[in-house]
Ligand binder design. Structure first.
Ligand code: SF4
Ligand code: SF4
Length: 361
């Protein structure tokens, strides 16, 4: 048995801003192809890590002046450097005690089910943006690389690479709750964090409870209003997704994930300063119908958008540019107001103007 306090201290010193530990039994109802017990059948415990996103990496997006720091620092930097280094250090400490540490950094597009809609036949993933390269000229950009994955012991396990639901796992570890926008909210950092996990056969002297404090999501609807693609349903729409861990029920807005895929990278005519107005006006072949509100989101429509806007798409860090930033900044702005969990954290608010910017065109 390991000391939870000691492992948390090691995690903190290694770079995590918060750490929660849960028995693996909390994930027992996860579908097989997303269930970590298939990954590590002897697993007893999950260690969840929170890495906060500095609010300042959103500053350029908030001002409409700089869009590079968020994907490079808050996606790439945390996913590729900070979190793996922390997992490595904590994993070593656990293995020094004779237990195994199965580390799991943030990665997408690897599971046998789509990370977009959970289906088995979806071919696209935002995480495969890296496929848009010289080597991929003749193949479909954004194609999931694991389209042909097969179970290695048919009937006994699930196809690699097993990908579980990070946000539900974070809730299981007591780190926070899922807000209406589907973002993980924590009492300390609101929506500003990324997470990583470690599975171990060690048991701990104490486990964190699922968060039952004051609701973190204010059900304010700011994320709904500020999403450039109107991808998040209205709070009163009845369009929800639910999941349970034992008696604990989670509910969030049933976001149009395919539409979000197109909008968070391309943002639309009013929120993408890298695409000339004429391109939106011309809407050649109707390729931008989805972005102009004239077509429903689908893989086909998204491919049209990506092909049409490929040359305007700066993605130098291998991560999508997340130009919209709408839901996350809206949420921070609301949670910083009195009564919100981020109230008082900063001397000045994220939003210093009455409204977020919108291009006049
Ligand atoms: S990431 Fe952007 S497009 Fe997606 S839901 Fe949030 S605001 Fe909307
Ligand atoms: S913006 Fe408001 S409704 Fe949306 S997730 Fe944040 S607190 Fe919840």
């Amino acid at each position: 048995m390991l000391s939870a306090a000691q492992i948390k201290e090691i995690a903190r010193k290694a770079g995590a801003d918060k750490c929660g530990i849960a028995p693996i039994s909390r994930m027992k109802d996860a579908p097989a192809e997303m269930n970590p017990t298939y990954l590590f059948p002897n697993c007893r415990s999950i260690v969840g890590f929170v890495f906060r996103i500095p609010r300042g990496v959103q500053r350029g997006i908030e001002e409409g002046t700089q869009f590079y720091q968020y994907p490079s620092m808050a996606y790439g930097g945390i996913n590729e450097i900070l979190a793996p280094a922390t997992l490595y250090h904590v994993g070593k400490a656990i293995e020094d005690e004779g237990y195994e540490a199965v580390v799991y950094r943030n990665t997408g597009a690897r599971g046998c089910v789509s990370d977009m809609d959970g289906s088995k036949d979806a071919k696209l993933s935002p995480e495969e943006q890296i496929e848009v390269s010289e080597n991929a000229k003749d193949s479909t950009a954004h194609h999931r690389s694991v389209d042909f994955t097969r179970a290695t012991r048919p009937g006994e396990n699930v196809p690699p690479d097993l990908q579980f639901q990070f946000r539900i796992c974070a809730v299981a570890c007591g780190l926070g709750e899922i807000g209406w926008s589907k973002m993980l909210l924590t009492p300390e950092f609101g929506p500003l964090q990324r997470v990583a996990f470690l599975f171990t056969d060690a048991e701990f002297d104490e486990y964190d409870e699922i968060y039952h404090g004051k609701p973190l999501c204010r059900k304010c609807g700011a994320c709904v209003r500020e999403c450039p693609g109107h991808c998040i349903p209205d709070l009163k729409s009845g369009k929800t997704c639910t999941a349970t861990i034992g008696d604990y029920k989670m509910e969030w807005g049933d976001i149009d994930m395919w539409k979000c895929y197109a909008f968070y990278t391309h943002a639309g005519r009013y929120f993408n300063p890298f695409v000339p107005k004429e391109v939106w006006d011309e809407n050649k072949n109707g390729d931008l119908d989805l972005m102009e509100g004239k077509a429903q989101a689908s893989e086909q429509e998204i491919m049209k958008v990506y092909r049409a806007l490929a040359k305007y798409f700066p993605s130098w860090v291998g991560y999508n540019m997340a130009k919209c930033g709408g839901c996350i900044r809206a949420c921070v702005s609301m949670l910083e107001k009195p009564g919100g969990c981020m109230h008082g954290r900063f001397k000045n608010p994220l939003r210093t103007r009455a409204k977020a910017w919108k291009m006049d065109r």
